[in-house]
Write a protein that binds this ligand. Structure first.
Ligand SMILES: [Zn+2]
Length: 230
């Protein structure tokens, strides 16, 4: 029962971390973009336009990148399964010995390992080899569309926050409001990701806040430079 719960917790942690990291990307890149455009002297309308364009561009590129990388993972898994299917068709006995060898390596007696391998292969030979030889678990199977949509959504969610601040903050304090609120949210997200992964919260918060603040400062500097020379 504990192992069952642990496996689901591991899967949930993986999903949560991917979502938090996606939101971090959206938050850091969009707030940096907004601060850079503001430092270049643009008005609120120009800042919002750049921010919204940044949200869509970022979400689309995250989705494209995730879809491509998870699809190639799916291709690899499918090719492995096809090869396994052929090996089972061409030499079933050798595959049985191979599987028994894996179980012996995991600590079963040779006799028991042969029995387990024979029964599991009789039940679902490809499934047994996929799971115990290739390490492919149904739970972690590559789902490109799901991965692409969830990373685009988490990026967009992170990006929405500084955009909201731009619409709410009085123009004279816009830069301060966006940078301060974004840094606070980054610290919160960093702590959340660290907590989900069982790491030290302070370290997780500091790490993402520091890099986020550096990105915002660099973009603000570039914007100011561009505004001054433009
Ligand atoms: Zn095999």
């Amino acid at each position: 029962m504990a192992r069952h719960t642990e496996r689901h917790r591991t899967h949930r942690i993986g999903w949560l971390r991917a979502t938090v990291l996606g939101a971090n990307d959206g938050l850091i890149s969009t707030s940096s973009l907004i601060l850079g455009v503001a430092a270049a002297g643009s008005d609120v309308r120009g800042i919002l336009t750049a921010g919204v364009a940044g949200l869509f561009a970022g979400a689309a590129s995250m989705a494209a990148g995730e879809y491509v990388s998870v699809s190639s993972q799916a291709d690899t898994e499918r090719a492995d399964l096809d090869r396994e299917r052929q090996e089972l068709a061409s030499d079933y006995a050798a595959e049985g010995r191979e599987l028994a060898g894996i179980y012996i390596h995991r600590g079963l007696t040779p006799e028991l390992a042969r029995q387990v391998a024979a029964q599991l292969m009789a039940h679902d030979a490809l499934g047994a080899h996929a799971r115990d030889e290739l390490g492919l678990a149904e739970l972690l199977a590559a789902r490109p569309v799901q991965a692409a949509l969830s990373s685009a959504a988490s990026f967009a969610a992170g990006a929405m926050f500084p955009l909201l601040v731009v619409t709410l903050a009085p123009p004279p304090v816009l830069t301060l409001a966006v940078s301060a609120s974004s840094v606070c949210l980054l610290a919160l997200l960093g702590a959340l990701a660290a907590r989900a992964g069982g790491a030290r919260i302070s370290v997780g918060a500091w790490r993402v806040t520091l890099w986020g603040a550096l990105a915002m400062a660099a973009t603000t500097g570039a914007g100011a430079l561009f505004g001054a020379t433009g």
